[in-house]
Design a binder for this molecule. Structure first.
Ligand SMILES: *[C@@H]1O[C@H](CO)[C@@H](O)[C@H](O)[C@H]1NC(C)=O
Ligand SMILES: *[C@@H]1O[C@H](CO)[C@@H](O)[C@H](O)[C@H]1NC(C)=O
Ligand SMILES: *[C@@H]1O[C@H](CO)[C@@H](O)[C@H](O)[C@H]1NC(C)=O
Ligand SMILES: *[C@@H]1O[C@H](CO)[C@@H](O)[C@H](O)[C@H]1NC(C)=O
Ligand SMILES: *[C@@H]1O[C@H](CO)[C@@H](O)[C@H](O)[C@H]1NC(C)=O
Ligand SMILES: *[C@@H]1O[C@H](CO)[C@@H](O)[C@H](O)[C@H]1NC(C)=O
Length: 550
């Protein structure tokens, strides 16, 4: 008896010693409905611990995050951590292809490490258009003190969540999509949950004269690309979706849906208030939100009512994309060192071309990729695979690597799952034959965006790739009638979501899953399913599979 106890204690101590190296941060979230009136009209919002937008998560590279989410709304719920790579751990990704949703009245604890990452991110609910009601918030990963950052410590660090907004509730928007109709234009734009219009608008941020501040700007909206700018101030870009960039200065930045930028702003102008502005791009009527930045020595002298103008057309945006460069000499945590420094010299083992389309199925609008419009089966793909019942739930390789048909064709609704061999270096072309700007996001990885060009992709276009210092990031826009090329090594085993970040398109099927299997079912490549994972669908009553081993 005594010996067993001692042995157990030793084992526990060992486990603690190994895992105890990186600090744990604990959060408890109470997710509820509540009334919000961001556009002046009361509507149903989603709160986290009474907050809209949700609380900021402040973490440091390699911290372990433990977030116990209590679902107190009346619908199944999941959160994803946009851009957090979940190394070996797609179990925590919070999308319907990897997780059973948390049922109403129940809780689930997300446990993940922000392994080898730095930067500005955000989280949001992935289920049932919930994002249209809130539930999103900032997530920052600070550099560890030991690792030099390529700029001086800012005086303070501010999160700026910008996004378009509908005055209708997420249930009304969802009913519209379920009925096969597109969403109308959004009704407004918000900065941290506010339009900045009306009387008694309070400053969102303050700056001390002469000091430099970091602003982390993320587009958490549903549909529109936004331009962000600040009266009288230039922004020095220092980080983008987890990579230190070459530090160019910009008058304004186009932030496409799902993207995040960190900029430095110095309070070196006349002491008074200044407006920050977020306005829709590529839309006939422009929607605008403002927020006030107050100089502490400005005595509240009001901001000028003349707002800086936004650029026009998407050629400007394409040029801005081309100016973004990775700072190759900055040291930082890098999640996938293999291929990080010399990605241009790695041989491509596979090229996948993905063409988006909109079409009608049974009179209802659906969006697709290479002719397939994704449908989530009741059993999450990852669970079906893990329990060995994948063949009962979905087919692999539903779509070809190269779409066969040129013209927009009817899409087939089905689970859309692709196999990619572990550790191979793959080129993915995202081609947009449509008239609107798109935004694509990949979970589990960051990728090198080596080109965005107008027209159609051909192998000869590889000559124009940036094979030296493309920024490693997780979300990329594709302009109308244009293509983007991304490259990455698939070295993170799991089931990973490649999705349109535009909520309406994703809800109507414009996403797929990439299955990257550990060939040896080894714990070195992938963690086991957590013991307390929520189960649903075909795996609910199945015996637990043999766990992965060392
Ligand atoms: C969650 O918030 C709701 C509404 O404020 C409250 O009724 C409930 O008691 C809270 N639950 C927990 C666990 O705090
Ligand atoms: C965030 O965490 C860092 C590192 O622990 C700390 O220095 C900083 O003060 C924190 N910021 C906020 C706003 O809590
Ligand atoms: C639910 O919350 C309880 C109380 O905090 C906790 O003990 C339990 O582990 C949580 N369950 C899950 C599945 O996370
Ligand atoms: C890149 O990072 C290095 C190292 O921190 C820094 O000295 C340099 O100024 C940065 N370069 C640019 C162009 O931002
Ligand atoms: C890449 O491909 C070229 C041409 O096929 C070949 O000569 C070279 O050895 C390959 N390099 C690697 C690292 O496999
Ligand atoms: C995809 O993976 C599954 C499961 O390992 C396998 O059965 C199937 O043959 C693979 N398909 C391809 C094309 O590699």
């Amino acid at each position: 008896m005594g010996r067993v106890t001692i042995l157990l204690l030793c084992l526990l101590a060992g486990a603690v010693a190994v895992r105890g190296e990186d600090p744990y941060l604990f959060f408890t979230w109470n997710v509820t409905y509540g009334t919000i009136s961001p556009l002046g009209v009361p509507q149903e919002g989603i709160f986290i611990n009474g907050q809209f937008p949700g609380p900021n998560i402040n973490s440091t590279t390699n911290n372990n995050l433990v977030i116990n989410v209590f679902n107190n709304i009346d619908e199944p719920l999941l959160f994803t951590w946009n851009g957090i790579q979940q190394r070996k751990n797609s179990w925590q990704d919070g999308v319907l292809g990897t997780n059973c949703p948390i049922p109403p009245g129940k809780n689930f604890t997300y446990r993940f490490q922000v392994k080898d990452q730095i930067g500005s991110y955000f989280y949001y609910p992935t289920t049932a258009m919930h994002r249209a009601a809130g539930g999103f918030g900032g997530l920052r990963v600070n550099s560890r003190l030991l690792i030099p950052v390529p700029y001086a410590d800012p005086e303070d660090d501010y999160t700026v969540l910008i996004g378009d907004w509908y005055s209708k509730s997420h249930t009304v928007l969802r009913q519209k999509l379920d009925a096969g109709r597109p969403l109308a234009r959004p009704d407004g734009v918000l900065i941290n949950g506010q339009t900045g219009k009306g009387k008694d608008v309070k400053p969102l941020f303050t700056m001390k004269p002469g000091k430099t501040y970091k602003y982390r700007i993320c587009n958490v909206g549903l549909k529109n690309s936004l331009n962000f700018r600040i009266q009288g101030h230039q922004m020095k870009l220092v980080e983008m979706e987890g990579s230190h960039t070459v530090q160019n200065t910009y008058d304004s930045l186009d932030v496409h849906v799902g993207q995040c930028f960190s900029v430095l702003i110095t309070a070196d102008k006349d002491p008074r208030d200044y407006y920050m502005v977020a306005s829709t791009r590529f839309t006939k009527s422009v929607l605008t939100a403002t927020g006030i930045i107050r100089y502490t020595n400005g005595n509240g002298a009001p901001a000028s009512s003349i707002l800086p103008k936004a650029p026009e057309g998407w050629a400007w945006s394409l040029n801005q994309f081309r100016s973004f460069r990775w700072n190759l000499t900055a040291s930082a945590a890098r999640p996938n060192p293999q291929g990080s420094y010399h990605y241009g010299q790695i041989n491509i083992t596979r090229t996948i071309k993905l063409v988006s389309s909109a079409s009608s199925v049974g009179g209802k609008l659906r969006y697709g990729i290479n002719g397939v419009s994704h449908v989530n089966p009741p059993t999450p793909l990852k669970l079906a695979e893990y329990y060995g019942v994948a063949d009962k739930v979905f087919k692999y390789d539903t779509i070809p690597d190269e779409p066969l048909l040129e013209k927009a064709t009817p899409v087939t609704p089905a689970p859309n799952v692709m196999n990619i061999t572990f550790r191979t270096f793959v080129e993915i072309i995202l081609e947009n034959h449509e008239k609107s700007v798109q935004s694509w996001h990949l979970d589990g990885y960051s990728f090198f965006t080596v080109a965005i060009e107008p027209g159609r992709w051909t192998p000869e276009k590889r000559k124009s790739y940036n094979l030296l210092d493309a920024v490693s990031r997780h979300t990329i826009q594709v302009f109308p009638k244009s293509w983007a090329a991304i490259m990455l090594t698939f070295d993170n085993a799991g089931m990973w979501n490649l999705r349109s970040e535009l909520a309406e398109r994703r809800y109507l099927g414009q996403e797929l899953y990439i299955s990257v299997l550990s060939p040896e079912r080894s714990l070195r490549d992938e963690y086991n399913m957590p013991d307390d994972a929520e189960l649903c669908g075909a795996v609910t009553s199945l015996p637990k599979p043999t766990p992965y081993s060392i």
